[in-house]
Write a protein that binds this ligand. Structure first.
Ligand SMILES: Cc1cc2nc3c(=O)[nH]c(=O)nc-3n(C[C@H](O)[C@H](O)[C@H](O)COP(=O)(O)O)c2cc1C
Length: 321
């Protein structure tokens, strides 16, 4: 599958290893890239000599592209970027500041750059400066970028509306998936609400979503214990809808999505609104909404097409009105 982002990264999947100072070095970056993600070496705190060595370590472990992250407020950023250029790195990320003063250097060397931000102002400045994509990370970003402002969950839609370049959501993991309508997991997937093991509160709405999927008691068990469960257990407790062979994850997910996309958009939109809101309504309100949705769908062009296609024994062609 191709996205604007995979073009920028040069990797098969639009999944980026979050850079972590002194943790994500050559070996870890290479492993992520080797399996199709975009690994990153955190340059923060490294000397130019050490960064060069780490890039070379990664290079010996994978032919796939990987990047380097530069927090721009730190000393020697220019020299460190120069090392990445000399070592043939094609895409880098910047964070913690305005990347404008390094853009000519980066772009002049033909590199792509994604910049990590915590709010719209920073994102706009970075877009104006000429970065290729934005990585959005809210207040929960491991102590980085910004501690005032929105959580990533709130920031993403704001940025997606405000910018014309791709926006990458940082963090999230398990709880990001819980916020989706449907989850399809590879048989190799593992899920864990491990926050209590490090003394932090679960982010991305996890405490809201998980009990709605698996019930209060199971959610409490997973949150309080920090236990990591496999895909089979996640399926058993209703955390995921389906588990598929690892190699078929993209194919099966696409098939599943295309099947939904072939159905009538209008009733699906109303059903989604009902699913999200009926829990907050009383029965009379829910039935009022239902009547409005039934009438609107009945009078739609797609309902007529649905009936006509049934009589003509052909697949319907829905247009969403
Ligand atoms: C220990 C640690 C070190 C980090 N170092 C960096 C860094 O050097 N540069 C950077 O841009 N972000 C850094 N981050 C932020 C992460 O890359 C990531 O954006 C953030 O942790 C959000 O993802 P998460 O919710 O999965 O933790 C660091 C985070 C942690 C926890």
């Amino acid at each position: 599958m191709k996205w604007k982002l995979t073009d920028i990264l040069g990797s098969p999947y639009p999944i980026i290893l979050g850079p972590m100072r002194f943790i994500t070095l050559g070996k870890m970056a290479a492993l992520v890239s080797k399996y199709g993600g975009f690994g990153q070496i955190a340059a923060s705190g490294l000397t130019t000599k050490r960064l060069r060595e780490e890039i070379r370590v990664a290079r010996t472990l994978t032919d796939m592209p990987f990047g380097v992250n530069f927090p721009v407020y730190r000393p020697k950023t220019e020299e460190l970027i120069q090392v990445a250029v000399e070592e043939g790195v094609k895409t880098i990320t910047t964070s913690a500041g305005n990347p404008k003063k390094f853009i000519d250097r980066i772009k002049g060397a033909g590199l792509k750059v994604l910049h990590k931000v915590a709010n719209i102002d920073m994102a706009k400045k970075a877009e104006d400066a000429g970065v290729d994509a934005i990585i959005a990370t809210g207040i929960e970003a491991g102590g980085h970028v910004g501690r005032d402002g929105a959580t990533t969950f709130c920031l993403i839609p704001q940025l997606a509306r405000a910018l014309s370049i791709p926006v990458v959501a940082a963090g999230g993991g398990c709880n990001f998936a819980l916020a989706c309508d449907i989850r399809i997991a590879s048989e190799r997937a593992r899920f864990g609400e491990v926050f209590v093991k490090r003394g932090v509160f679960p982010d991305w709405g996890g405490v809201y979503f998980l009990p709605r999927l698996v019930g209060y008691a199971k959610a409490a068990e997973l949150f309080f214990s920090g236990e990591v469960i496999d895909a089979t257990e996640a399926l058993r407790i209703g955390m995921v809808n389906k588990v598929v062979p690892h190699e078929k994850l993209a194919e099966e997910t696409r098939k599943f999505a295309l099947n939904i996309a072939n159905n009538a958009p209008l009733p699906i939109a109303f059903i989604k609104r009902g699913l999200q809101n009926f829990g907050r309504m009383d029965l009379a309100q829910a039935l009022d909404f239902e009547k409005m949705a039934v009438d609107t769908c009945w009078n739609s062009r797609d309902r007529k097409e649905g009936f006509k296609s049934f009589l003509e024994k052909r697949p319907p062609h829905f247009i969403g009105c």
